[in-house]
Design a protein around this ligand. Structure first.
Ligand code: AMP
Length: 142
């Protein structure tokens, strides 16, 4: 796995605005925030996507994520937020090291400073397709 800019941040070779750190996890402010308080939570394990994470790293991120969300909300005096997590270049991932964006949503700010804008074009799940797809995914989980 080639080094990314996040490996360099973990190693202390590049500075960051750190908000949390433990043995497995680091959280710091995004350098190009979608809104004030936009925070990134990353495992120290250097893999690109969530599906590649070890159970140990995944558990460590899951354990602290709610706590960091609460802290971001309190510090920014917001009460809504999005967690965004991109996997793969086709899914808009730019830094190929797993990261969770915590993005406060400011109801009272103009578009562009209010947090994440989402293009969401839902379809409709056909029940036969749903039965088949759920079966296929469940079989892969094992
Ligand atoms: P993604 O598109 O999910 O891969 O997002 C990568 C995020 O990393 C972007 O929001 C960038 O602004 C952020 N980012 C890139 N380099 C740095 C850095 N040195 N410090 C903090 N955030 C960074």
């Amino acid at each position: 796995m080639p080094d990314t800019i996040f490996s360099k941040i973990i190693a202390g070779e590049i500075p960051c605005h750190r908000v949390y750190e433990d043995e497995f996890v680091l959280a710091f402010l995004d350098i190009n925030p979608l809104a004030a308080g936009h925070t990134l939570v990353i495992p120290k394990e250097s893999v690109a996507t969530v599906g590649e994470l070890s159970d140990e790293s995944a558990a460590a991120v899951g354990r602290v994520l709610p706590r960091i969300c609460r802290a971001v909300m309190k510090a920014t005096r917001t009460n809504a937020y999005n967690i965004l997590q991109n996997n793969g270049a086709d899914a808009h991932q730019e830094v190929m090291h797993v990261h969770f964006h915590i993005i406060p949503k400011y109801a009272d700010r103009p578009s562009g400073q209010d947090g994440l804008g989402i293009g969401w074009r839902p379809g409709k799940l056909d029940s036969d397709v749903g039965v088949e797809m759920a079966k296929r995914i469940a079989a892969e989980i094992g």
